[in-house]
Design a protein around this ligand. Sequence first.
Ligand SMILES: [Zn+2]
Length: 361
Amino acid sequence: MNPLNKRPILDGHNDTLQPFYLPNKTQRPFFEKTNIGHIDLPRAKVGGLGGGFFSIFVPAPRFANMEPREGEPEEGTGQNRQVNVHGVMNPVEFSYAHEMTKKGIEALFDLEAKSEGRLKIVRSMKELQSSLEEDRLAAIIHFEGAEAIEPTLDSLAGFYAKGLRSIGIVWSRPNVFGHGVDLRVQGAPDQGPGLTRAGKELAKACNRLGILIDLSHLNEKGFWDVEKISLAPLVATHSCVHALSPSPRNLTDKQLDAIKASDGIVGINFSVRFIRRDGKEIPETPLNELVRHFQYVADRIGVDHVAIGSDFDGTTILKEIGDVTGLPRLMEALHQAGFDEEALCKISFKNWLRVLSATWK
Ligand SMILES: [Zn+2]
């Protein structure tokens, strides 16, 4: 590891790429320090971010033109407005999602090319490890919802060749593969049917290729389908604890136990709506409320199964963290709460390395 950063943080989820590929979103600088959103390269360095999952999300077409709201990107208001009159997210069409996703990948390659070696798209453990050691920001390509892939899975191998290493089968809306949980404040994740036949084939194909299957946003029946099918550790890249905050986006105790049994991992989400018991969007929520989710998972299933899944640039996060530069404040709070140096190393990056190593080919 880089001696200046003994505990680089690997982060299970960010939406930082969106302004770089969504039409009419104002491009923002990535290589100079700003106060826009949560992550740019200089702030990532300050926060000790070693790398993470860079999400490519496809909003419904009429929302693709939304202007970013300075300092306040939100899963709750932005994407959440894409509901129909029944409160269900509208599906998006394959060819549109495919094109938009290709633009997202191009945008990340473009950042890599302009980074002068400071950002690297990683496709293997070797590339991930050497990026951490050499202090290059490691970017893992993640699809948040598999709408860019047709039910025959024809384009999956091509996306893999490009660098795709993680897929959320669904975002919080139905697609040809399965059903997501809605983003209502309170409720159980047991909503709707499990994976479709194509969804089960997608899960098997991900195992074959070595693509991580992300369970965040998937409904409960879909979760148990993946649990039955997948040979890889179960992973929720950006979710919290349902017993502490009863959002359908959070994991029940039974789901946490299954994640432990598979030697998997939960990346704890920093969204105030998934942290608070009342689900209210209050940025002034104390940092300790977030720490409780780490403690709960560690107490119930062990510190080997808890990590970070910030949702930076995709949601309203705690004011006390603010942006990526606040990561050291979280680590300090975890330390104060009783996590020792070894536990902090596991939470920061070692757990992710173990799970990715067992998942990628
Ligand atoms: Zn998400």
